[in-house]
Design a protein around this ligand. Structure first.
Ligand SMILES: [Zn+2]
Length: 525
């Protein structure tokens, strides 16, 4: 066999064998809803052969979310490279919510580890992770535990690649555990499959000795709100464009800016820049500094103006775009896509007090109310109290409501209550009304509303592009209130709470925080 042919194979001239799987969750430490195993046990839980079928261009990898995501991208990279055997483990994902229970985490990890043992021997492993997972009572970052356990099974030879959400909180342990580390390139995230492809491509080339990935990373003492972190809008557009330009250089294997999920309890939370080059450590370091400087200079840009409920109702009523379709009120303090439970009753109270003239559709998480009203006849009228999510401390709102419709969907049971012109979709699971079908299935026409309340920053816009033309961010208080981010505990001073001249002041402390904590823990044992 010629050398060039040999290079296309793994060690010993046989095809490379790479296992792949997913453990994916974004935790919101302010949600009272813990995430148990049932949150991962749905149509998108695929194991072994099922995953292999799902992660193809003809299959669906995350039924109900995305047909093609990281693992489909990875399988495509393996096919494109040729002579790579992709071995499916399992794909576990839950929608963002409160921290995961230890029982659920251990059950999921045990299953993956057992599958990996069955798959051995392998040359490498690729995992789609999030990077802002939290497990209640675990005491360390779940992602590092996952990677450690995987390494124990693999032994020292095989290589590990992982991809992360842009909202990951990077730590020294995860960076050190990985040969290939890739993040999404877009926020909101549209590029799940291309991310998996890049991770697979880098891993395969590294295994064949075609590249030698070396990492450099920096951590910045800053945490900003969602409105300032969109990749194609100011202020971050410049930084994302710069990283794209860097990646055109063949020496640069990846450049990523991680902007963290701010609603966790990690005390070393902070933005991070990660750069991988092909064997050039000095270059990786200088580019990481360069990108960090660029992100740091954008830190004073203000997020878009937020409205309180009364102002938002006034603006919606006065909106000239209302004649073309409903005004969207984005309930930014109760974003289900960022792990909030969706049980905010404050907008409902506001609409009843100040917006009775508006036809408004509002979703509400209130399982107790679904249970209490599920058997009531359609068309009957009742005095009901809305409380939202249990333990979420929302105001109680008592209404005289008509039971207008109900449906048992794949998103759980949903009851429509009508109070004058207000329609409330009461849900047993956290509501994600990103598709207009959410209203149609309870006999509401989204075009006829004056106001629709969303629990999502951006993704809904894709489905409402021809329906809603005015989008108002509304402030109240809930699990995704930015005020919580400002008041939470940090290990170092953090921008914008503290004026910090140079991010380098805290870079090393932040990067080494987990290692320091582990040493402390050992010493106390
Ligand atoms: Zn994210």
């Amino acid at each position: 066999m010629s050398l060039s042919n040999w290079m296309k194979f793994g060690r010993g001239g046989r095809p490379l064998r790479i296992a792949y799987g997913r453990i994916f969750h974004e935790a919101n430490a302010y949600s009272p809803l813990l995430t148990d195993f049932s949150a991962f046990d749905h149509a998108a839980l695929l194991k072994g052969d099922e995953l292999a079928r799902g992660a193809t261009l003809g299959g669906s990898e995350l039924p109900g979310f995305f047909p093609h995501a990281e693992l489909t991208g990875f399988v495509q990279a393996a096919r494109a490279a040729g002579n790579v055997e992709a071995v499916p483990l399992a794909s576990y994902i839950a929608v963002p919510s409160g921290p995961v229970t230890v029982e659920a985490f251990e059950r999921i990890l045990e299953d993956q580890i057992e599958r990996l043992k069955q798959a051995m021997p392998v040359d490498g492993v690729y995992l789609a992770l999030h990077g802002s997972m939290e497990v209640k009572g675990l005491g360390e970052q779940p992602e590092s535990v996952i990677l450690r356990r995987v390494r124990e099974v693999l032994g020292p030879g095989p290589r590990i690649a992982a991809s992360f959400d842009l909202h990951a909180n990077l730590t020294d342990e995860t960076v050190k555990a990985l040969d290939v580390l890739i993040g999404y390139r877009s926020n909101p995230h549209w590029d799940l499959a291309p991310t998996g492809f890049r991770a697979g491509n880098r891993l395969i080339r590294a295994l064949r000795g075609e590249i030698r990935p070396v990492h450099a990373w920096r951590k910045l003492p800053m945490v900003l709100g969602g409105g300032t972190t969109i990749d194609f809008l100011d202020p971050m557009r410049k930084v994302f464009r710069h990283m794209k330009r860097l990646e055109r250089d063949p020496r640069v294997l990846s450049a990523t800016l991680f902007m963290v999920h701010p609603y966790t309890s990690a005390d070393d939370l902070g933005w991070a820049v990660h750069v991988t080059t092909d064997g050039d450590e000095a270059l990786a370091n200088s580019l990481a500094e360069e990108v960090a400087d660029k992100a740091w200079t954008q830190r004073f840009k203000e997020p878009p103006p937020m409205l309180n409920i009364e102002q938002a109702i006034r603006d919606a009523r006065a909106s000239s775009r209302r004649k073309f379709g409903p005004v969207t009120m984005i309930d930014i303090d109760d974003i289900v896509g960022a792990g909030a439970p969706g049980g905010n009753t404050q907008l409902i109270r506001g609409l009843l007090e100040h917006g009775q003239d508006l036809i408004a559709y509002v979703p509400l998480h209130d399982p107790a109310l679904v249970e209490a009203t599920w058997e009531l006849p359609i068309g009957s009228e009742h005095t009901l109290t809305l409380r939202g999510t249990e333990g979420y401390d929302m105001p109680e709102v008592t209404v005289r409501a008509t039971i207008a419709a109900r449906i048992d969907s794949d998103m759980g049971r949903k009851v429509r209550l009508d109070v004058g012109k207000l329609s409330i979709a009461v849900m047993e699971k956290p509501p994600l009304p990103i598709h207009p079908r959410y209203w149609r299935e309870i006999d509401l026409d989204p075009r006829k509303a004056d106001v629709i309340v969303q629990k999502n920053f951006f993704h809904y816009r894709m489905f409402y592009a021809a329906i809603s033309f005015d989008h108002l961010p509304v402030v109240s208080s809930g699990a995704t209130s930015f005020g919580r981010v400002r008041e939470r505990k940090y290990f170092t001073p953090v921008h914008p709470e503290t004026h910090i001249e140079d991010w380098r002041q805290y870079d090393t402390t932040l990067r080494m925080r987990r290692a320091a904590k582990a040493t402390e823990l050992q010493a106390n044992k």
